[in-house]
Design a protein around this ligand. Structure first.
Ligand code: GLN
Length: 311
C-alpha cells in the first residue's frame, strides 16, 4: 500500500518532488520542498536536486526508485531530520556520515571553524608554530569540527572526546572515511565526571580547545523542533538551568590541558557571552580571559575566544 502516491504512472524527478512537497506541506513538515528535493536527488545518486543532470529531471523513475523515495519520505513524515534520512551531510566541504542520535552539525558551527582557522593561520599569536597546532575538541559528536580542522590544517593533530558511545563510534567512522585517522585520537570522556584527564594528553598540553558544547537552557529544551527532540541526543543539547553546566566544566578543566597562552573557542547561546564573562571574573584562579566575541550569520553574539593568560 502506498497511500501517498498518485495513480500508478511512473513519475519523473520533477513531478515527484512537487508531489512530495505538497504532501509534506499538508502535513506541516518544515522545509517541504528542500526535503523532497534532497530525498529524490539522493535516490538518483546526487547530493542536491540542482546538481542532477538535467536529463534526469524529466526521466521516469523506476518502480524501485519510486519505492525508495516513498520509504525515505515516510521517515520525513515522522519528522526525521533529512541529514539522518540521507545518512550523510556536508560540513566544511567534507562529507560526513550521520546517524541518530548523534548531533547533526549546524551551519553556524562552520563559522566557529572558520574563526579558529583564521586565528591559527593569521592570528597575532600563531599557535603551535612548529609542527602545527595540537587541538582538543570537547563533545566531538560526528567529528565535524575536529575533522574539518584536520583537513584544513595539514600539520595539526586532534584529541576529540565525547561522552556518547554512538558519537565516539561515528567520529571514528568519519575519521576513517576521510582518511584522517592518523592525526586524531578519539576518546570517550565526560567533562562533568571528576577523575583522570591525564590520558587526554597523549601528545602533551594542547594549543587550542574547541567546543560546541550542549548549551541550551534547560527550560528552552521543550521549545526545540520535533526533528531535534525526537531524534538527537538531548545530552548534546541540554546545558542545564542556564545552559552553562558543560561550558563551566570545560573552562574549569581547560587550564590543566592548555599550554600557556593557549586559546579556547566556544559556540554558545547569544545570552552566554555576558554570563560567561562574569563567570570568568568570579574564577580568577583559572587565569582565563574572554578576549573576543563573534556574531553568527544572524547577527547574534555566539562565539567566544577565551585565552589563558598564564600564572
Ligand atoms: N543551536 C543548537 C540547536 O540547534 C544547540 C546546539 C548545542 O547545544 N550545542 O538546537
Amino acid at each position: 500500500q502506498q497511500p501517498h502516491l498518485p495513480p500508478a504512472r511512473l513519475l519523473n524527478a520533477t513531478e515527484l518532488v512537487s508531489h512530495w512537497t505538497v504532501v509534506f506541506e499538508k502535513r506541516g513538515i518544515p522545509e517541504a520542498r528542500e526535503s523532497s528535493e534532497y530525498i529524490v536527488a539522493h535516490v538518483l545518486g546526487a547530493k542536491t536536486f540542482q546538481s542532477l543532470r538535467p536529463g534526469l529531471w524529466t526521466q521516469p523513475l523506476t518502480p524501485w526508485q519510486l519505492q525508495y523515495v516513498q520509504e525515505l519520505s515516510s521517515y520525513r513524515l515522522q519528522r526525521m531530520p533529512v541529514q539522518y534520512i540521507l545518512g550523510e551531510w556536508d560540513f566544511q566541504g567534507l562529507s560526513l556520515k550521520m546517524a541518530p542520535p548523534v548531533f547533526i552539525p549546524r551551519p553556524e558551527t562552520e563559522e566557529l571553524v572558520e574563526w579558529v582557522l583564521e586565528e591559527v593561520t593569521q592570528g597575532p599569536h600563531v599557535v603551535g608554530a612548529q609542527g602545527g597546532p595540537l587541538i582538543l575538541e570537547v563533545g566531538c559528536g560526528s567529528g565535524a569540527i575536529s575533522l574539518s580542522l584536520l583537513s584544513k590544517l595539514p600539520q595539526s593533530r586532534v584529541i576529540a572526546v565525547d561522552k556518547g558511545e554512538a558519537a565516539i563510534c561515528l567520529a571514528h567512522e568519519n575519521a576513517q572515511r576521510l582518511r584522517l585517522q592518523d592525526r586524531i585520537r578519539i576518546i570517550p570522556f565526560d567533562v562533568t565526571l571528576e577523575g583522570s584527564w591525564a590520558h587526554l594528553l597523549p601528545w602533551g598540553p594542547v594549543d587550542l580547545v574547541v567546543s560546541n558544547p550542549p548549551y541550551v537552557f534547560h527550560r528552552d529544551m521543550e521549545k526545540l523542533a520535533p526533528e531535534i527532540l525526537s531524534y538527537e541526543d538531548p545530552l548534546a543539547l541540554d546545558g542545564g538551568e542556564e545552559g552553562m553546566d558543560i561550558i563551566t566544566h570545560i573552562l574549569a578543566l581547560a587550564p590543566r590541558l592548555l599550554k600557556d597562552a593557549g586559546s579556547i573557542f566556544l559556540e554558545v547561546d547569544s545570552r552566554h557571552p555576558e554570563l560567561v564573562g562574569s563567570w570568568l571574573q568570579s574564577q580568577p584562579d583559572l587565569s582565563l580571559n574572554l578576549v573576543a566575541v563573534r556574531r553568527d550569520f544572524c547577527g547574534r553574539p555566539r562565539f567566544l575566544h577565551i585565552r589563558r593568560c598564564g600564572p
